[in-house]
Design a protein. Structure first.
Length: 147
């Protein structure tokens, strides 16, 4: 991790505003991921965007965009909630698509099931209108690099 990113992350942790961390991740910027809520746990939003459409007939968001948003959100969630300043590195990612992601805002929440000194296991849910009706669920393992 660069020294500039370390400073951004530390400042965000100090003031509780993590928008600068999200802005510092190029892929999050490409997708347009934003922090929707930071109440008890971070919730991310993937704003509706015609460029993210994979099936124009429905129209439905491309599955790769949904998966990329979920994986990036999980990594950001770990950055925001763990004490380390090291970027987590993805080990594996498994996704289940449950229903079509329509052309509307998509919300993503993460739950850390287990965080050890070297590996974190994260559950990720994506929904659009009702958190009880997810469009996709995923599981991810991250390597927590010690710096």
């Amino acid at each position: 991790m660069t020294e500039a990113m370390r400073k951004i992350l530390q400042q965000c942790r100090d003031n509780g505003d993590f928008d600068a961390v999200i802005d510092a991740v190029p892929y999050a910027g490409l997708l347009g991921i934003k922090l929707h809520s930071m109440d008890l746990q971070p919730t991310f939003i993937l704003p509706a965007n015609r460029d993210n459409i994979g099936n124009p007939t429905l129209p439905a968001i491309h599955g790769g965009v949904i998966a990329g948003c979920m994986e990036t959100s999980a990594a950001l969630h770990l950055l925001m909630t763990m004490e380390s300043i090291a970027l987590p590195k993805i080990i594996d990612f498994s996704i289940d698509y449950l229903r079509a992601g329509r052309l509307q805002d998509t919300f993503v929440s993460c739950q850390v099931w287990r965080q050890g000194s070297r590996v974190a296991n994260v559950a990720i849910n994506a929904w659009q209108t009702d958190p009880g009706e997810p469009i996709a669920t995923a599981r991810a393992h991250f390597l927590l690099v010690q710096e």
